[in-house]
Design a protein. Sequence first.
Length: 93
Amino acid sequence: MKSKILFIRSIYLVSFFITLIGAVFIISHFEGAGTLMTIGLVASFVFILISIYEVNISKRIESNEKMMWTVGMICFSSLTGFVYVFSGRKRIV
């Protein structure tokens, strides 16, 4: 179980920082910026899918809260992902 928590946290942090670095590279017109952005966005997409799956199979929360987490992950993935990984996941899973 501890390794799964570490996996979710690491995929969130990796996707966030690679996307951030890719954005800085695009602003600075460095080569490889598109590749970094693609890797970061794919990692972010994987994190969002895993998080939505975990929320929707949870038996600990009601359906309206599941909907709230799902919409939050889709619309505000960075902010909702941060809250989910560092505080909300303990209560949901």
